[in-house]
Design a protein around this ligand. Structure first.
Ligand SMILES: [Zn+2]
Length: 434
């Protein structure tokens, strides 16, 4: 039930959209931010229509947004569905998630986009803003009806899971998407260079006897696409950037003012291919975990804004597809409920300032979504808010996961920093401990 008025009292308000990092109250009324200020909530008392929440010691942030998730519906509901995915999102502190279109069938039509939006609406909780496909059936040849997708609610297009390999198709996709202001998110992988690949190509893949996925397969596509993005003036986005070379290319393109952006996953910020030493299928991802120099480059680039945002690439898989021998295992990590608890260490380590951390999870992805109101706690805005406890230390318990799947290498590990309250449009959709 929507409480007419909520006062979040005495928290540390971290709002990059206003450069705000100070102790303040946040007052929410009728689903919107009524006021933010040192004693903005002092006059209120708890009653039927007023809820006072003491958030001292906690961070109050504009709602977190995940530009890259896989919710598996329609078609693979045994891994996840829209309801369980949105519950996992809310528990992970996300107020908005953007599912990729590699469902079964592919989200390449208005009907499927509308069905997904309706399912989300019916379930409630976190917002769902889907990506439609770039090409019909993600086959890489014929463009989708992007006008229809946009009208139905898609915020971008992507063939994620596959790369748009044909340069002519990609060029037309960028031109077409530009007309509708859709973000074009590319899974950058030259598939000819990665056939049969199991992990990053390097000294370790040789040692482990596994076929490698070279950095060049990513860099070549990023380089080509940046040329096409410049020619077309479209909004081009690199999904799950993982290589040092791709970072360099994005940095150079941004320095020339191109409208390009990039996201990085928590696992590429945290792990290297060393994690595969024990052939752990839970660390098998695409693009693969790379080397220390890549990880360092990704961290630096996230700090300096070359990489815009963190996105989980939440990829739930059943035990059947993950608890098996390495070469047979599916790629992907279940990420929605661990993203904050795993990346908050970047703040503790001084890699990201508090403002930059919140920006990478909220204000920056909000800017990439066309006509989107989120990413800010300004007065009058829709009250999408994430409250997190920066001091929390917690062990990731498999049983507590809201996601239907449990494929994460972080099970049983201690995490630091935890989302404790998720508010969507003034509605508390998740509260830690309830
Ligand atoms: Zn991908």
């Amino acid at each position: 039930m929507l409480i007419p008025l909520i006062v979040l009292r005495g928290g540390r308000v971290v709002d990059p959209s206003q450069g705000l990092d100070e102790t303040a109250d946040v007052v929410i009324e009728a689903g919107r931010i009524r006021s933010v200020g040192r004693d903005a909530g002092a006059a209120y008392q708890a009653s039927d229509g007023v809820r006072i929440v003491d958030v001292s010691g906690r961070w109050v942030c504009p709602g977190f947004i995940d530009l890259h998730v896989h919710l598996r519906e329609p078609g693979q509901e045994y891994k996840e569905d829209i309801g369980s995915g949105l519950d996992a999102a809310a528990a992970g502190g996300f107020t908005t998630v953007c599912p990729m279109p590699n469902t079964k069938p592919t989200n390449d039509t208005r009907a499927i986009t509308e069905m997904m939006m309706a399912r989300a609406e019916e379930h409630g909780g976190a917002r769902l803003l889907p990506f439609g496909a770039v090409t019909k059936g993600q086959k890489g040849t014929e463009l989708t009806e992007m006008a229809d997708l946009r009208e139905a609610g898609a915020i971008g297009v992507s063939d994620d899971g596959r790369c748009v390999m044909n340069a002519a198709v990609m060029r037309h996709a960028l031109e077409y998407a530009r007309t509708f202001d859709l973000l074009v998110s590319q899974h950058c992988e030259d598939h000819h260079l990665t056939e049969g690949a199991q992990m990053h190509e390097g000294a370790l893949s040789t040692r482990l006897g596994l076929r490698g996925w070279p950095r060049a397969a990513e860099d070549i596509i990023v380089a080509r696409d940046l040329i096409l993005a410049e020619v077309t003036g479209a909004r081009y986005h690199v999904a799950h950037i993982s290589s040092l070379g791709a970072v360099r290319l994005i940095r150079e393109a941004k320095s020339r003012g191109l409208r390009v952006s990039a996201e990085v996953t928590p696992h590429h910020l945290l792990f290297t291919d060393d994690a595969l030493l024990g052939y752990d299928p839970y660390c098998k991802v695409n693009p693969p975990l790379r080397e220390e120099e890549d990880r360092q480059a990704l961290r630096d680039a996230l700090a300096d804004g070359t990489i815009d945002c963190i996105a989980t690439d939440h990829a739930p898989h059943s035990e059947l597809e993950k608890d098996c021998e390495f070469e047979a295992a599916s790629v992907g990590i279940n990420g929605l409920e661990t993203a904050i608890g795993s990346t908050f260490q970047l703040v503790r380590e001084g890699v990201l300032t508090p403002l930059r951390f919140v920006e990478t999870l909220s204000t920056a992805p909000a800017r990439l979504i066309p006509d989107f109101e989120g990413g800010s706690l300004r007065k009058g805005r829709r009250a999408d808010i994430t409250v997190l406890d920066p001091e929390a230390r917690w062990i990731l318990d498999e049983e507590a996961l809201r996601s239907k799947s449990h494929n994460t290498p972080l099970l049983g590990r201690e995490l630091m920093g935890r989302p404790v309250m998720t508010i969507v449009g003034g509605d508390v959709v998740h509260e830690q401990g309830t």
